[in-house]
Design a protein around this ligand. Structure first.
Ligand code: ADP
Length: 357
């Protein structure tokens, strides 16, 4: 797998941006850690069974026809395994994958360069594909549809258009916001799939697999305790197991049990729903300052000091799925369940019965 840009690594990227003094070695370590635990085949890729079944058939058919796969679009919240799945598909097809992300394709020459570097059958993975600019999109259209590039040479009156053929390749796009993809781009994907949040059982399998690779001792209940607080997301499960393992090592004998997992996750302020301090500040703000909502996303973002895009992409999908937040045309609202979960008496109560902060 060759990585053209590592922008696809949400963890690494955000750490780097928020903390410019992070040493390059630390980023390298994170990347190596990610790569060491990333499943490489369908057998080790846990969950998403309906999607895997469909893909297996598509891959088998493409192999029998000796043709590249149709272009694929995966959408869903960050950390659910879109990049990993693209790598698995490449492995199963027996082809190389080149990984990049839309923000790295700012200039026409970026996308042209990548397209021209592809070999027949190879996979090009573009993360955050909804962020592609118009020019890059227009270069992609004929490349995806008929495998050629329209290049212009010369100036003003002497300008000529050159049609450059490309090898047949497969584009795999990933996005957290399928709705923001332009219609013409979306229409050029033959296969479009949504990745689902994982069940606690599936996440506990992810956790046990990662523990095995990292040589961390964990029992069944310990794995399930971490899974329950991982917001249905393998990336979070993998992050938490490292934190819990540190705690188990320093405070106990290194083995992760249910009690140790719960103790350390309490210390990390991750509650039994998997909500962290940011999630709780967001929900608490809507309850206390806006009587449960609705309130606009920009107002929420400014009040809790978070970026609106991060809230929409990272916090909201799980809160919506868990029924703790609702999206309405007039803004975000909380549900009665949110009041109960955060320890408020009723919808109209203005003060917290018990604060979770
Ligand atoms: P996305 O591209 O959707 O943001 P990634 O593919 O980068 O997510 O996955 C994040 C992390 O979660 C990876 O390190 C990978 O090891 C792990 N992971 C994702 N999906 C699975 C899965 N189905 N089984 C096991 N681990 C997974």
């Amino acid at each position: 797998m060759s990585i053209i840009s590592d922008d696809n690594d949400f963890q690494t990227q955000s750490t780097h941006k928020k903390n410019p003094v992070v040493k390059p070695e630390a980023i390298e370590f994170d990347k190596n850690f990610e790569n060491s635990i990333r499943p490489k085949s369908f057998d080790t890729y846990i969950g998403q069974s309906a999607l895997k079944d469909t893909l297996k058939i598509t891959i088998e058919a493409a192999k029998r026809r000796e043709k590249p796969l149709d272009h694929l679009l995966f959408y869903g919240p960050p950390g659910l395994g879109k990049t990993t799945l693209a790598g698995v598909i490449a492995q199963e097809m027996g082809v190389e994958i080149k990984i990049t992300s839309a923000p790295a394709l700012e200039r026409p020459r970026d996308i042209i360069g990548i397209l021209m570097s592809l070999q027949g059958g190879e996979i090009l993975f573009i993360d955050e594909i909804h962020r592609l600019n118009k020019v890059a999109e227009e270069i992609l259209y004929p490349a995806m549809e008929d495998f050629y590039l329209d290049m212009t040479t010369g100036k003003s009156q002497t300008v000529k258009t050159l049609r450059v053929p490309l090898p047949k390749f497969t584009l795999i796009g990933a996005t957290t916001k399928a709705g923001e993809l332009s219609g013409p781009l979306r229409d050029r994907f033959g296969i479009i799939h949504r990745l689902e949040f994982y069940t606690d059982k599936e996440l506990s399998q992810v956790i046990k697999r990662t523990a095995g690779i990292l040589e961390i001792e964990i029992d069944e209940k310990g794995a399930l305790a971490i899974a329950r607080r991982s917001r249905g997301t393998p990336r979070i499960a993998n992050r938490l197991i490292k934190r819990v393992s540190d705690y188990a090592l320093v405070k106990h004998d290194g083995k992760i049990t249910e009690q140790i997992a719960n103790e350390s996750l309490d210390i990390l302020k991750i509650d039994e729903f998997g909500l962290d301090t940011t999630d709780r500040s967001l929900l608490k703000l809507i309850i206390e300052k806006y009587d449960g909502g609705p309130v606009g996303i920009e107002t929420i973002a400014a009040a809790i000091g978070e970026d609106a895009r991060t809230i929409e992409d990272v916090c909201e999908p799980f809160l919506l799925q868990a029924g703790l937040l609702q999206r309405t045309p007039r803004g975000r609202k909380v549900s009665p369940e949110t009041y109960r979960h955060l320890g408020y008496k009723t919808k109209n109560a203005n003060s917290a019965q018990q604060s979770l902060f």
